[in-house]
Design a protein around this ligand. Structure first.
Ligand SMILES: C[S@@+](CC[C@H](N)C(=O)[O-])C[C@H]1O[C@@H](n2cnc3c(N)ncnc32)[C@H](O)[C@@H]1O
Length: 380
């Protein structure tokens, strides 16, 4: 995995907003172009894997719940008997699970000895930097049940899958207020995803020259804490729904950053952003909404900022040909079917054009961020 940050676009200082994307020729990162997997090269086994994608996930989830990956990490070259003892599974059950894991390439066996495959070792051991495991509970408990209503959501053009999470409000975010356990699962996932990507945000230095950032829809404070830790003079305010800012407040206190990181409860559409900020961060936010709503939020950021102020958009990126990477493409249905009934993971050029449309005259992009992320920075 690449943790480096590459500046992949041009900074412009034109005072007239430009609505056409202007990617510098030859400067685009691998993630901003590309041709996707391409069905022409698909094998029959890959097609079978897609058909049984739900089984693949359940095998991964079972292995996670049973602690298979951390056990094999601590005891590489364990025997099946040892893993059976550790997991408490009958030998025949373990054989079924190991068969699925080996078929998926997550576990390898050599001469009767088992070990994690390299990517499983890197990303499926909990508690390790770069671990994907915080996102698994969200897939299991929120995405999985919600996506059973995908066809109905497509037909009706709205989040039919939200019926799995009864409560007040029209979005999953509002409904999580009455599902504290799921709220914990959700924010653990977002925190895990952001912890992967915000290394790139901090390393880019994009907000390093700012005094006070408002992190809109800042969730449990993971990004705010990372930014404030990376930039010792920076103040950050986490702006989120009241049911979420309490979670952020506790994390900020635990991180010992209450002097520079605060919270502000509100609705990003109906409440004003805090006064005095010179940077606005939207991390995993604009993908929740349809394009006109995203542009409205970017305009609100523009109106809040002083001249020279920055807007930063951090997200998983679709390439401009809109056919990959597959991980990003498959993240989109959840927003329609469950989270908000709109939105999707957008392309590099879409974000750039919206930032310009909102009035920002300077524009810069950073590619090659972890887990298919990119960062766009606009300057007022
Ligand atoms: C996908 S999460 C992103 C969390 C965080 N920014 C990150 O990148 O990890 C979306 C966040 O937006 C918040 N949110 C959704 N609708 C909101 C609204 N109308 N006003 C304020 N916050 C909202 C949710 O509570 C949630 O914390």
């Amino acid at each position: 995995m690449t943790n480096g940050v590459t500046t992949t676009g041009t900074t412009t200082t034109t005072s007239t907003p430009v609505t056409t994307a202007t990617t510098a020729p030859g400067a685009a990162p691998a993630t901003s172009t590309g041709t996707g997997t391409g069905t022409g090269t698909m094998t029959e086994d890959q097609l079978g894997l897609i058909m049984q994608g739900h089984v693949a996930f359940q095998a991964l989830w079972a292995a996670h719940e049973l602690g298979v990956f951390p056990h094999l990490s601590a005891h590489p070259d364990a025997t099946a008997d040892e893993v059976a003892k550790e997991t408490g599974l009958p030998a025949s059950s373990l054989e079924v699970l190991l068969g699925a894991l080996r078929g998926l390439g997550l576990v390898e066996e050599h001469d009767g000895r088992l070990r994690n495959a390299p990517l499983a070792e890197e990303h499926l051991v909990p508690g390790r930097p770069g671990s994907y495991t915080p996102m698994l509970g969200w897939q299991r408990h929120i995405v999985y049940p919600g996506l059973s209503d995908f066809t109905a959501s497509l037909r009706e053009g709205t989040s039919v899958g939200l019926r799995n999470f009864p409560g007040p409000g029209d979005t999953l975010y509002h409904r999580l207020a009455v599902h504290p356990e799921l709220r914990g699962v959700f924010h653990e996932a977002m925190s895990g995803l952001s912890a992967l990507a915000n290394q790139g945000l901090s390393a880019s230095g994009a907000l390093g020259g700012s005094r006070h950032v408002v992190d809109v829809g800042g969730g449990d404070g993971t990004n705010a804490i990372a930014l404030a830790s990376a930039h010792p003079g920076l103040r950050v305010t986490v702006f989120d729904l009241p049911s979420v800012t309490e979670l952020a407040r506790q994390n900020i206190e635990r991180a010992g950053l209450t002097d520079r990181v605060g919270v502000h409860s509100g609705d990003m559409f109906t409440d004003t952003f805090p006064d005095g900020v010179d940077a606005v961060l939207f991390s995993h936010i604009l993908n929740i909404f349809d394009p006109p709503v995203s542009v409205t939020l970017l305009r609100k950021a523009y109106d809040t900022l002083p001249p020279g102020g920055k807007v930063a958009v951090l997200n998983m990126m679709q390439n401009d040909t809109k056919d990959g990477p597959a991980t990003t493409m498959l993240a989109a249905p959840y927003f329609l079917a469950v989270a908000s009934g709109q939105g999707r993971l957008y392309s590099w050029s879409e974000y750039e054009s919206w930032i310009r449309e909102a009035g920002f005259s300077g524009y810069e992009r950073f590619g090659d961020l972890p887990f298919f992320h990119g960062l766009h920075v606009g300057t007022r």
